[in-house]
Design a protein around this ligand. Sequence first.
Ligand code: AMP
Ligand code: ZN
Length: 468
Amino acid sequence: MRVDHAVSPWPLREPFCVSSSRGNRPKQFNANLNRRWWGRLLFDRRGQFLKPKELVRIEESKLRKIVRYAYSKVPLYRRRFDEAHVKPESIRSLDDLAKVPFTVKTDLRDNYPLGLLAVPANRLYSLHASSGTTGKPIVVAYTRGDLLRWATLVGRALDTTGVRKGDIIQNMYGYGLFTGGLGIHYGARAIGATIVPASSGNTKKQLMLMKDLRTTVVTCTPSYMVYLIEASKAEGYDAKTDFALRIGIFGAEPWSEEVRKRIQDAFGLRAHDIFGMSELYGPGVGIECEQQNGLHIWQDEFITETINPNTGEVVEPGKEGELVFTMLSREAMPLLRYRSRDLSTIYEEECACGRYHNRIKRIKGRSDDMLIIGGVNVFPSQVEHVLMNIRDVGDQYQIIVSHKELDRLAVKVEVPTNRLNDTTFAKKIRDDLFAVLSIHAEVELVELGTLPRSEVGKALRVVDLRPK
Ligand code: AMP
Ligand code: ZN
C-alpha cells in the first residue's frame, strides 16, 4: 500500500470504494480468494447515487489530474499534446476536453504490447488482451488500484441490476485474456455474492449446474442465452420451472429489445444490458438499471462524449455518434478521449431509478460492423430488430453479403417446418426488411437448428463474401 501511495496521484482510498489503508501490500494476487486483498474492498452504494453537481466536480478534478499524469508519464500523450500545442495545465473543466487529442485503436496496436504504460512493469497486477481477430491483440494492464477500481465498478453494475449478497451468479463469460469472465468475477467479490466461475461453453453442464445449484443470476453473451433457450428444451428442461433465475446480465455484443423479450419470456428473468471493453478495464462501464431504459455510464470514472465519426466534431447529447471515453483514474494505462468506434446516443435526463449518471442507448454496433451494400449502410442490429419482431421467425439468423455484378444481401432465417415453403411468409420478411433497410434482401427460410450457433465468445452472424 505504501508503495502505491508513493507513486500514484490517486490515494487508493477512493471516496466510495476502498476502505482501509493499513496493512502491508499482499504478496500476490489470487483471483479466487485472497482474504486480505478483498477484505479491503468495502462496497458502498453511495457512488451510484452521486448528485449531478458532485459528479461534475469529481469529473473535473480527476480530469485535471489524469491529464497532467498522462502527459508526464506516457511519451505518446506528451507528443500528441505538444503537436497540438495544448498545455496539460490548460485542461481545467469539461469545456476544455475538446482540446485534448483523440487516442485511437491503432495507437494501442502500434504500441504493442506495453508501450503506453505509465508505471514500471513490476507494479502491474494483471494483463488482459482484447479479442482482436486479426493481427496483434491490444494488451491492457492493471495496477492493484486499477483492479480494485474495476472490481468496484462491476460491483456497482451488479448491484444496480438488483444482484445482492446471497445471489448465486453463474458466470458464463469466458475466463482468460477476455475481460468478461474475470471482470464479473471481481465484481461479484466486491458485493459478496456467490460466484460460480463456469466460464463459456460446455452447455449441458451449464444447464445441469443452473438447475442443481439453484443459480439466480446468469451472465453471458445475449447470443449464448438465446442458444440456451433451445438447448434447455433439447435437454428436457422446462426453462421457467426447472431454474430459479431472476436476473440475467448480457453484453459484449449488440442485441435488441426483441431478443430481450424472447430471453425474458423463456426464462422468466429480468434481462439487463451491460457494456464495456478491454481498453476501459472491461465489463461494467455501463449498465441498465431496473428501468431497462438505457445504460448508466459511471460518470465519476469515465467521461463520455459522442462525436461525428467522419469529422471528429462533438455532437450534442441526444444525437447519435461514436462514443469517446476518457478514463479518469486508470493508473497503469491512462486513456484520454479514446475513440471506441461504438455508435450510440448519450442522454442526460434524470432516470426514474434515482441515479444521475448519464445514460447511453443500447449500442447500435461498431462503425466497422457497418456493411455498405450497394451504397446503402446496413447494421446487423437493424436486421435483428426486424427479424425478431416477426412471430414464427426462429432465434437464429445469418446475414450473407456477396457480389455478382452488384452487391447482394441474403438473409437466412430459421423457421418451423410448416413455414419452410411459405412464400407469403418469406415475402413478409422481405418487405419488413426493406421498410427498415431500404434495400432488397433475398430471404431464405431454413429449418430450425441448421444455422451455426455460438457456444463460446461473440456471435458471428455476418458472412461477407465480397472480395476485399
Ligand atoms: P472486448 O474489448 O473484446 O470486450 O470488446 C468490446 C466491444 O464489444 C465493444 O467495443 C463493443 O463493440 C462490444 N460490446 C460490449 N458490450 C456491448 C453491449 N452491451 N452491446 C453492444 N456491444 C457491446
Ligand atoms: Zn436508472
